[in-house]
Structures are given as structure tokens and as C-alpha cells.
Design a protein around this ligand. Structure first.
Ligand SMILES: O=P(O)(O)OC[C@@]1(O)O[C@H](CO)[C@@H](O)[C@@H]1O
Length: 320
């Protein structure tokens, strides 16, 4: 069983443009499509489709359109009712696959919401194999919330994965080894937020076959107590680094329709691989297969097992 935590869920509204985005113009949309969103919600959806029990813990407003969307998507959730409806995040995709995302700050949480959500998460995660803490934190949530949650969840015997960015990610890193998760899932930008460097250079190096900068940064995180680092590198694939070694999964050549949810799907693939007891090399293959499958779907389209082909992912050991 997997429990996910989404402190800042969303309605994900997607609009596909018939041509390139033209700044400053009035663009009329043929249609928009709403999906339940937020990184932990997406992870819960993907693992549920793969046949693994999952619960998404999250705040939801009373008269909130998110309820209908969660029910329609068949995702199991445990909610704490808050005063405000969740945010709406807009995704604009262009025919060449370019995705532009406009994410709202999110519905504010009060101190009592934070306390109630923490209790709900602890209750629902106890007995689960993994708890995945995912996404940004809304206004009112303490920046070091994940840093506080990781040791509490680990003390309850749950392995913890974290996928976040910016201030909450930095707070997690600064909190020291007792807050280090079992798995961290940065993208290139997040890895450089932690270890320095330029994300575009990191991705360009990976695309040219040089994985050293990624592995070196990930190893620094291992020295700070993180169990494993799965770095997603866009169209290049992903790198998994643990104390035992480092592995690369090369993404297959695909036609990208929307990258929204690709990182969440990659994290889901890793978690499914872990639950199946797969060796690291096969976990990274599953992560890349799930991420690539998500990128081929429109909007926040998430892959079921039928979309996913790990045999199409070339894997290799990285020796440095
Ligand atoms: O603003 P955050 O919390 O960082 O990201 C939120 C979000 O962009 O992440 C998911 C895709 O990964 C979407 O469902 C959602 O809109």
C-alpha cells in the first residue's frame, strides 16, 4: 500500500492550442479539460491503475469541484476539509508538445489545518510501505513541513519519498540527516537547487551522454543521509543513485504531447518497482517507461500499465 500527501492539490485545467502560443494575442480555446491534480494525487492515480492500493491524503474545500474529479478518476483519498476550494492550475500545450503551466499559489491553510492534515497523514500512512510527500506547499503551511514529517513517518516504519522544489526542498536539505528521506526525486532544476550548477547544462550534459554532474550531485545527497536519488532528466531519461551504485535509464524516442505528470509517473514507476522487489536497474527502467508514457498523453494524462513498456528502456550501470 502507498499513501501520498498533497498539501497543495489542484484542479488541472488543460487547453491545447491549435497553433503556437502567441504572446499578447486573444486566443480562443476550442475546449478545456479538467483533471484532479497535484503531484501526490497523480502518484496515487498511477499506482491505483497498476493495481496497488493507494490513498491520497489532501486538503479539500467544502464545495470543491475537486471532489467530483477525484471520484471520476477513481482515486482513493482521505481529506481534511478546509475553508477554501483548491487552486486551478492551467496547462497550455502547443502542437509541438511545448507545455506552459501557470500554477496558482494554492488555498491557504490555517495552523489547525496543518495539525489536522499531519494527524490524518500519520494515521493513513501507518502500515503503508511508502509515503510519498509531493509538490509545493500552500500559503500558511510551514516551509519545513516535509522536514518535520519525514522523521515522524519513518519512526512509524514507513519508507518516505519526497518530490518537491524551492524553499520546502531547501528546508528538507538543511534539516540534516534525521529528516533525510528514503528516496528523493528531483528533476535537473531541483538537483541544482540543492547542489548548485545550471539545470540546462546538467540536462545538456546528460543528453550528450555525460552523467557525471548528475551522479556527483546525487552522491552528495547520499552523504547527507538520503537513501536513494532518482533524478529525472526530461527527454534523456533518469538516473538512480544509491550507496550500491548508479544506473541510467535512457528514454525511448517519443512524440511528446504534455510533460505534465511525467515526473509523478516516473516516481510511481520507481515505487511500483520497489513494491515488486525489482533490482535498482529494473526500477529505473520502470520509472522511465512510466514517465515516457505520461509524456505521450495530453494534459495531465496518466499512464495505466497497458501504456507502459519497460523493455523499450535501455539501461546501463554508471561507473565513475
Ligand atoms: O505547484 P506544484 O505543487 O509544484 O505542482 C503542481 C502540479 O503542477 O504538479 C502536477 C504535475 O506534476 C500537476 O498535477 C499540478 O498542477
Amino acid at each position: 500500500m502507498i499513501t501520498t500527501f498533497t498539501a497543495n492539490p489542484s484542479v488541472d485545467r488543460s487547453a491545447a492550442l491549435p497553433g503556437p502560443l502567441s504572446r499578447g494575442a486573444v486566443l480562443r480555446l476550442a475546449e478545456v479539460h479538467d483533471e484532479p491534480g497535484g503531484k501526490g494525487v497523480n502518484v496515487a492515480r498511477v499506482v491505483t491503475m497498476a493495481g496497488v492500493a493507494a490513498t491520497a491524503v489532501l486538503p479539500v474545500g467544502s464545495e470543491d469541484p475537486l471532489h467530483r474529479l477525484l471520484d471520476a478518476a477513481g482515486v482513493g483519498y482521505a481529506e481534511h476539509r478546509t475553508a477554501h476550494p483548491v487552486r486551478t492550475n492551467l496547462t497550455i500545450t502547443e502542437p509541438d508538445g511545448t507545455t506552459t503551466k501557470l500554477n496558482e499559489p494554492g488555498a491557504p491553510l490555517r495552523a489547525e489545518d496543518v495539525e489536522a492534515l499531519e494527524a490524518l497523514l500519520l494515521e493513513r500512512a501507518t502500515g503503508a510501505r511508502w509515503a510519498a510527500l509531493c509538490g509545493s506547499l500552500p500559503p500558511g503551511a510551514p516551509t519545513d513541513w516535509y522536514a518535520r514529517l519525514v522523521p515522524r513517518l519513518r519512526a512509524a516504519g514507513v519508507s518516505v519519498a519526497v518530490d518537491t522544489s524551492d524553499a520546502p526542498l531547501l528546508a528538507l536539505a538543511e534539516a540534516g540527516p534525521q529528516a533525510a528521506p528514503d528516496l528523493l526525486k528531483p528533476n535537473a532544476e531541483e538537483l541544482t537547487q540543492l547542489g548548485g550548477g545550471d539545470p540546462e547544462e546538467l540536462e545538456a550534459a546528460a543528453a550528450a551522454g555525460d552523467l557525471r554532474p548528475t551522479v556527483v550531485s546525487a552522491r552528495r545527497l547520499l552523504e547527507r543521509g538520503v537513501g536513494a536519488v532518482l533524478t529525472t532528466l526530461g527527454g534523456s531519461g533518469a538516473v538512480l543513485v544509491t550507496a550500491e551504485g548508479a544506473w541510467f535509464g535512457r528514454a525511448p524516442k517519443i512524440t511528446v504531447r504534455s510533460t505534465v505528470g511525467a515526473g509523478d509517473s516516473a516516481l510511481s514507476g520507481y515505487l511500483l518497482g520497489s513494491l515488486r522487489g525489482l533490482p535498482e536497474r529494473d526500477r529505473v527502467a520502470l520509472a522511465v517507461a512510466y514517465g515516457s508514457a505520461a509524456a505521450q498523453l495530453p494534459g495531465t494524462g496518466l499512464p495505466g500499465p497497458d501504456h507502459v513498456d519497460p523493455s523499450g528502456v535501455e539501461t546501463s550501470d554508471i561507473h565513475l
